[in-house]
Design a protein around this ligand. Sequence first.
Ligand SMILES: [Zn+2]
Length: 741
Amino acid sequence: MDRAREILKKTFGYEQFRSHQADVIETLIGGGDCMTLMPTGGGKSLCYQIPALVRPGVGIVVSPLIALMQDQVDALIQLGVKAAYLNSTQDMAEQRAVQDQLLGGELDLLYIAPERLLSQRMLELLQSSDLALFAIDEAHCVSQWGHDFRPEYQQLSALADLFPHVPRIALTATADQRTQAEIIEQLRLSGAAKYIACFDRPNIRYTIAEGGANREQLWRFLEAEHPEDAGIIYCLSRKKVEETAAWLAKKGRVALPYHAGMDAATRRDYQARFLRENGLVMVATVAFGMGIDKPDVRFVAHLNLPKSIESYYQETGRAGRDGEPANSWMAYGLNDVITYQQWIEQSDASKLQKQVERQKLDALLSLCETTSCRRHSLLTYFGQEPTFDSWSASQSEKEKSTQSELKGELSAQGKSGCSNCDNCISPPETFDGLELAQKALSTAYRTGQRFGVSYLIKVLLGAEDERIIQNRHDQISTFGIGKGVSDKEWRGIFRQLIARGYLIADSEQFGGLRMSESCRPLLKGAEPFQLRQMKEAIKGNKSRRKGASGAKNKFAAVHQPLYDALIALRTKLAAEQKVAPYVICHNRTFEELVQLRPQSISQLYDISGLGESKVQRYGEALLQVIAENPVNEALQNTLSDTVNQSLRLYLDGHQPEAIAEIREIGISTVYGHFAEAIEAGLLDIQGLELIDDDAIHEIGRTFEEQNILETGQLKPSYEALEGRYSYGILKCVLAEKVLTA
Ligand SMILES: [Zn+2]
């Protein structure tokens, strides 16, 4: 293990192993098999990369993600690891060169697709090579019940017989308990050590909004939280992908579509752009993203329901792999629920399979409809005990308490939980919806349980509709009893009735709703029915803009110039080497650099993410950029960060109007910031050159006449000067007076 720690520090630049990494690595080095569940961003790949480097021979990594192999190998080469890949994107000569390297024992790691691994030729090559281990990545692909089933994965069981003395590790970031069992069985890993890391991704904020695929809602979310960030937006259909991407592009965002209907070259090109460019939004079907390893994806948005909780977890897991705040945002509506129910009913799947799918949908819907912590629901689904601090604090509190009701009360009110999901941040209000539910259900009943939601709502609202009159549904007792509740609210009520299984969308009846057995107690009033109060998805999010958006506002302004210079250096290096920027350095490494400002090569080794190879390659360039961007003393002060941001831009040579535009704040706010800086003695009014000296004197005289230092009232002076100078200017002159008074 000493050797493993040395490699961790020297090659990868990290001090400590995370979570179960050390255990997994120790098992593999010792020749044992492993099965590992780790969330994306949890440091999965180190688990096999380090043992492959410690053990003699080459580590074979089986991965279905051909598009990613190159990035993975690029990243390893940057670290000084001898890595290569073999896949169909290479020509014969390239493939032969890699095979020669393999036979010559020149490789530490070789990435390879499963179907190629199992070819006779490849197996022969491997038989005559020295092998360190097999790593089977994305191991959930072995599961028939899973969402990414790949038949060739099941044949990987052969490795157990063919290479009995080579340790194997199966890794996945998503598997419920059933899939876990299947991985072990199919890959013949019954003797393997099992390590399951905590699935929590505390930096991801989960929000599930009502309202379906509503573009305006999406736009408000993007504007409020991610005006410039890279992210992924998932839609169900190809058409919607195209439309949404075009719409975003029209709105001024760099957005690209991605779906299986596009030709392979375009898809490859778009994926490469997403990986390499900053702030690009990918609008995609689920065809996009498997294994996407871009660390600074700041948001994942779903405009439709994902297929299951596993898919939701996996897709949202592509956000925030760098550990920085990120958003997972979903808008779902009534139509999603009905569409999915119909799909399941109409599919040709076996009875058993349909049952599994129904259960998965139900689990997902209950996550959507829950009024308590989303993260808690998610983690429990994966069989984990939530461990977030506020939760455990309230758990222990609860243990002390003898009142068993406390639990329900706490979670219903959102007082316990992760504090980073919509339900924890602004707990949804619920109300007694029994009467409304009964009205909705009896309308479905009295109209013969064969009409869809829109029709039923029209009846409830007493609409004069030809079809209703024809069907004589204007004669039934529930006609018009729903007035006073809006169409939108009724849709919400129906959605909750369907999501909770009281109403079932009938596939034979084109979306007609029939009642399930479970309606009985509800109709009798023998069961409570709490409804979620409708709320706007984005409400309350604005003030949190800073929390989850990109790196822009993260530093004290004093560090921003250095950070920007480092980013520029990285962009240049990445372009020269034709690799993705994060392959060179992660943002987090830069953040440490700007804060610690190392002055020598040896100090660079203290920065996480900088191992030997990177220090050798980039150390001098990094030190030079640090030297060229010293801390600006004017910005080392006690003023607020927002004042310093404006001040920095001013010191960089921007005029007030430009500062207002760059920062998207009002010009008067900028003057307000200047005034604070003047009062602190960091700027002087003459130096600002906002107005000439005569004007400054004129304003000064007026201030004296009005005795403004006593009154503090600007308005009389403003009026006395006939509005020739804005309040902003007056504030700045006043600040100077205060300073010199
Ligand atoms: Zn929560």
